[in-house]
Structure formats: C-alpha cells, structure tokens
Design a protein around this ligand. Structure first.
Ligand code: SAM
Length: 242
C-alpha cells in the first residue's frame, strides 16, 4: 500500500475499483520522474467524486494503469464564488488563476474590458494551471476556467440572483462596506485591468442592483494583488473561512 503523497487530477471518473488509464505526461511523471512502480499508491481526484487512493497496476514508459482502492476524502466544493478579472501579462494572469484555485473560487472568468492590455490568453494553459494548483493545495475540485468574453456582454446577461463585489479603485481608502457572515449565496468578485474601468463600464456596473462596490484599502493594488486581496476578503467575511 504505502503512504500515497502524490496527488493527480484525472479526467476519468474515480470510484471503487475504477481503472484509470494514464496519459503520456502522467505516466512520465509517475514512473520516470517519481520512479513509482507497480503496487505504489497515488491519490487521484476527478473534480466530482472526491479523492481516492489508487494503486499502480501497470507502469510503462508512456502509459500505465491505476486502480482506485479506497476513498480518502469527499468532494469539497468551494463557495459559489466566481472571479471576473481583466487578463494582464501572462505570468501575472497565470498567478491569478493559481491563487483563485487555492483561495476557493468555483469559476474563473477572464473578461475583456475597454482598457485590457494583455498577452494572448491560452485558456488551455490557464486550465492546466488550475489543475496543478488543485493538485498541490489538497483540493478535490478544479474551478471552471472560461474563455475570454467581453465584460459588457457578460454583465448584460448577468443572473439576477448573483451579487458582484466590484473592486473599485476610486474607493481606495473608503471604509469597507462588505457585510460580515450569514448565508453568502451566489457571488462574483470583479477586478479591473491595470488601466482601470472606463466611464461606460463604471456606469454599467453602477446601474446594476446586483453590484456592491468595495474598497481594497488605502493603496492602489496591482490587479493580481487585488484579486488575491478581494478573494481573501470575501472568503473571510462571507465564504468558507468565515
Ligand atoms: N489604473 C487604475 C488607477 O490608477 O486608479 C488602477 C487599476 S488597479 C492596478 C487594477 C484593479 O485592481 C482595479 O480596477 C480594481 O478592480 C482593483 N483595485 C486595485 N486597488 C484597489 C483598491 N484600493 N480598492 C478597490 N479596488 C482596487
């Protein structure tokens, strides 16, 4: 059996007796990099059925099989919290997706705003970052990462019951108005680009009854810092840290 330490996200259902076929990258990692052999244990999760201890049944250079033996953790869903952010430079965008996963966002939505000035977004790479972050932080859930969409379009179709915490840099230094505790319900956090929100975007947001404006303290934060700060603030006040 052995103590399973390695955690692997698999895009096949996990469950009692389930056989998992490893792809080339996973087989390379387990058998060439980590030097596991037949009978070794790893922890696997699929984002829906919790975490399972699985044993290596076949170990090849480019492929392999795992068999799920026993459940080690149930599925732990994060709160119903989305992160909307305007993508920035690649490394900083990667950081935002990684931290959103660790901090417990359920969905990550990159949005194109008037002043968004970003490197080209590879959503497949962002999804891989979310998976890696879930593997390392002990999560059993991987947030959904959407394709980039225009902010105005997203707001025009916004669900009536989902509140938005609009992090508005113009409120820097104003006292925090976010309520404490209670049943949170569906929420989203919105972070703007380095250039801030345009006047049209500010007007659209200000007219929405779902919007709660928030300050993130007296200093203007970089967008990646702001994303971490806002998710932390929300989690501590209304989420699963509260
Ligand atoms: N160019 C803008 C300016 O000079 O006012 C700053 C934009 S800031 C780098 C990027 C985003 O982080 C903002 O759109 C906002 O969502 C968030 N942000 C940064 N600092 C903030 C603060 N003190 N309060 C609220 N939001 C903040």
């Amino acid at each position: 059996m052995g103590n399973a330490k390695i955690r692997l996200f698999v895009d096949q259902p996990v469950g009692q007796g389930q056989v998992i076929a490893l792809n080339e990258g996973q087989a390379n990692y387990l058998f060439n990099v980590m030097r596991l052999g037949v009978g070794a244990s790893v922890l696997v999760f699929d984002g829906e059925n919790g975490e399972w201890r699985a044993e290596v049944a076949e170990a090849g250079k480019r492929k392999g099989l795992l068999v799920c033996m026993d459940q080690t953790a149930p599925l732990r869903m994060p709160p119903d919290l989305w992160l909307l952010f305007a993508p920035i430079k690649k490394a900083r965008t990667d950081f935002i997706v990684e931290k959103a996963t660790e901090l417990g966002a359920a969905r990550v939505m990159p949005v194109q705003t008037r002043f968004t000035n970003a490197d080209r977004i590879r959503v497949d790479k962002l999804r891989a970052h979310a998976i890696e972050a879930a593997e390392q932080c002990g999560g059993t859930f991987v947030p959904v990462v959407d394709d980039v969409q225009p902010l105005a379009k997203v707001l025009a179709a916004w669900p009536a019951d989902r509140q938005i915490l609009w992090c508005n840099e113009h409120l820097a230094g104003v006292a925090q108005a976010l309520p404490k505790g209670g049943a949170a319900g569906p929420w989203a956090v919105l972070i703007g680009p380095e250039g801030g929100f345009s006047e049209e975007e500010q007007a659209q947001l200000a007219a929405m009854p779902q919007v709660v404006q928030a300050s993130l303290g007296p200093r203007i934060l970089r967008a990646d810092t702001a994303a971490v700060a806002a998710l932390t603030l929300w989690q501590a006040q209304l989420g699963d840290w509260a």
